[in-house]
Design a protein around this ligand. Structure first.
Ligand SMILES: C[S@@+](CC[C@H](N)C(=O)[O-])C[C@H]1O[C@@H](n2cnc3c(N)ncnc32)[C@H](O)[C@@H]1O
Length: 191
């Protein structure tokens, strides 16, 4: 049986992360594992290839996940699940806020950054949609600060015993310096 396939369907799977993005994130994100990669585009010391099948493996430590374009939902669902088991996962995907995978998983993310402008993926030119970085698992303040340099960033704060308030908002212990907000007068009450 003949099936019609969209032209270039397979080519679109590998939106390799722009090196400039990770170079700026690495100091705060020394990744242990790239959960989906090939030898040609790996972004951490250890990686799962299609032959390993990262979807069927346990993820450990600080993980990087820029998933294949075709199966984003499965990978982001897996990232959320692995964070519940102790991993910390930073993901990069298109900000498809209307999709089921976004609606089902992103409310569990601890940090979401809506990337300013269009990323230029290696060898692909500018992205065809806006991108987001999001994290599952507890971030450090340095990680939130690093992400916030890439665009508007929201942090989900878990209620804990130590609270820090500024201008009526619970900052979750983050200081003005963590966000580079030194010139905003309304935030003068930050420590
Ligand atoms: C969007 S690219 C990201 C590559 C690289 N990690 C990066 O950030 O630039 C997705 C990668 O996932 C790999 N991949 C596809 N299916 C996979 C699977 N089941 N397990 C592991 N890797 C897979 C592809 O070979 C491809 O290199």
């Amino acid at each position: 049986m003949t099936r019609w396939m969209p032209l270039f369907q397979s080519v679109k799977q590998d939106w390799e992360t722009p090196p400039s993005l990770l170079e700026q994130l690495y100091p705060a994100f020394p990744f242990d594992l790239d959960v989906c990669a090939s030898r040609a585009n790996v972004k951490a010391g250890v990686f799962f290839s299609p032959e390993d099948d990262g979807l069927s493996r346990a993820w450990r430590g600080l993980c990087w996940c820029n998933p294949p374009y075709s199966d984003v939902g499965k990978w982001i669902g897996k990232a959320k699940q692995e964070a519940e088991a102790g991993a910390v996962v930073l993901c990069l995907a298109f900000a498809r806020t209307d999709t089921r995978w976004w609606q089902d998983n992103i409310p569990s993310a601890s940090v979401v950054t809506f990337v300013r402008g269009r990323l230029k993926f290696s060898g692909m030119g500018p992205a065809t949609a806006p991108s987001a970085l999001f994290m599952f698992g507890e971030p450090t303040p340095e990680q939130v600060a690093a992400l916030s340099r890439w665009g508007w960033t929201v942090r989900q704060i878990k209620q804990g015993p130590r609270r820090c308030f500024a201008g009526g908002f619970d900052t979750g212990g983050y200081t003005r310096a963590h966000f580079g907000l030194t010139r905003l007068p309304r935030l003068d009450t930050f420590r």
